[in-house]
Design a protein around this ligand. Structure first.
Ligand SMILES: Cc1ncc(COP(=O)(O)O)c(C=O)c1O
Length: 396
């Protein structure tokens, strides 16, 4: 039986394909140094696991979560975190939705708003979900190129009025995957004004809001005056608490978009396991105990990888947030895929071609600081040494 045209229209999920390449290499006894998928390699903090263990033993957590938006304890912990971390007020009544990971929320907000041929403003390069789900709904993704010369912030003033007028959603993602870029407050102010002007909803993907370095502190879009009327922001426990497999996240923002997301979810899933929500609440309340150690670890890896690549001829700045290094492909390689294939074959180093994140990613590749196996800094040094020895003179 042929699958629906709808499913035929969308490409396979990129990281499934990369996993298949890794499996094929493993069958030949080759295990690359893997800078591929951005899946934290550190374990979930023990106090969160203990909270889950305790909550899972309470039969009250075993049924469906009939609250719809999330249990009161979870929503209160989210609201308190919003107050402490960003200085924002979010109502536990109708401005927070617990989600099964932010990917689910990002996909379903599109299903909530996009009818066939509706325009969605999608940055490029970007996490694939925004464009793929828009296409899936029959919508028309309009690409917003992220120019390195503009610090990877989209030029909203370059969007033709006819497009802005037809657009229902504007996707933003800061701190950004794959570029590691961060948004200025000034940019957020412009984005909120743009959303008011054209009567559209901003979906800000804040999955990396807690992975930041030194004195840089990412803002929430909700800090901007008037944002709540035009915005829904997705946060995740995945990267911030090493909880990718737990599938727990939250959306907060205006009552209307949060309610719309909730209505889709009510008809598709039956909420997050309440024991996981309780553990999530504990994670948020003890956040400061844990996050500095995680950031220090990524910072050491970031410095080792950026300094290492620079020693080979790159000229990269250290990203202020995320665990991604976004680097230009050296000359003499026609495409980012060609460079990444050479890196894999000659050095057994796995990096992701920029085109995985859209055509605008051509000429770039991404390396994630999440690494499996022991001695992460040793693996980074080994990768740099292999590239230096086996691919000499990359930059002439
Ligand atoms: C930009 C971005 N948003 C959202 C997600 C999804 O995270 P999760 O569904 O685990 O919350 C990812 C995962 O890699 C991501 O890179």
């Amino acid at each position: 039986m042929e699958v629906a045209q709808r499913l035929q229209r969308i490409p396979p999920y990129p990281f499934r394909e990369i996993a298949a390449i890794k499996r094929a290499m493993a069958e030949q006894g080759v295990e690359p140094i893997d800078f591929g998928i951005g899946d934290p390699d550190m374990p979930t903090p023990p106090f969160v696991i203990e909270a889950l263990y305790e909550a899972a033993q309470d039969p009250a957590t075993h049924p469906y979560d009939e609250s719809g938006f999330g249990i009161p304890e979870f929503k209160q912990a989210v609201a308190d975190f919003g107050q402490r971390r960003f200085g924002i007020e979010v109502s536990t009544d109708n401005e927070i939705q617990c989600c099964l990971g932010s990917k689910e929320a990002l996909a379903h907000i599109i299903w909530a708003y996009v009818d066939p041929s509706d325009v969605v403003l999608v940055p490029e390069p970007a996490y694939s979900v925004y464009k793929v789900q828009t296409t899936w709904c029959g919508g028309a993704p309009f690409p917003l190129p992220l120019d390195p010369a503009a610090a990877f912030l989209p030029d909203l003033s370059a969007i033709p009025s006819s497009v802005a007028n037809a657009a229902k959603l504007l996707f933003l993602n800061y701190p950004n995957n794959p570029t590691g870029a961060v948004a200025t407050r000034e940019f957020y102010e412009k984005a909120v004004a743009f959303a008011h002007q054209w009567d559209l909803i901003i979906v800000q993907d804040a999955a990396y809001s807690e992975v930041y370095y030194e004195d840089y502190l990412p803002s929430s879009l909700l800090e901007i005056e008037g944002a709540k009327d035009v915005c829904i922001e997705m946060h995740s426990f995945s990267k911030s608490f090493n909880m990718t497999g737990w599938r727990v996240a939250w959306a907060w923002g205006g009552e209307q978009p949060v309610g719309a997301l909730s209505k889709v979810k009510a008809n598709v899933d039956s909420g997050t396991f309440m024991a996981v929500q309780r553990a999530g609440a504990v994670a948020l309340s003890h956040y400061d105990q844990f996050a500095p150690t995680m950031r220090a670890e990524y910072q050491a890896r970031r410095d080792a990888l950026v300094d290492g690549l620079n020693s080979l001829g790159w000229n990269l700045a250290r990203p202020q947030a995320t665990f991604y290094i976004w680097a230009p492909v050296p000359p003499n390689f026609a495409t980012s895929a060609e460079f990444c294939a050479a890196l894999l074959q000659k050095c057994e180093v796995l990096a992701i071609p920029g085109t995985t994140y859209g055509d605008a990613g051509e000429g770039w590749f991404r390396m994630s600081l999440t690494l499996n196996g022991a001695d992460k800094l040793g693996q980074i040094r080994e990768a740099i040494s292999r590239i230096g020895q086996r691919m000499p003179g990359l930059w002439g």
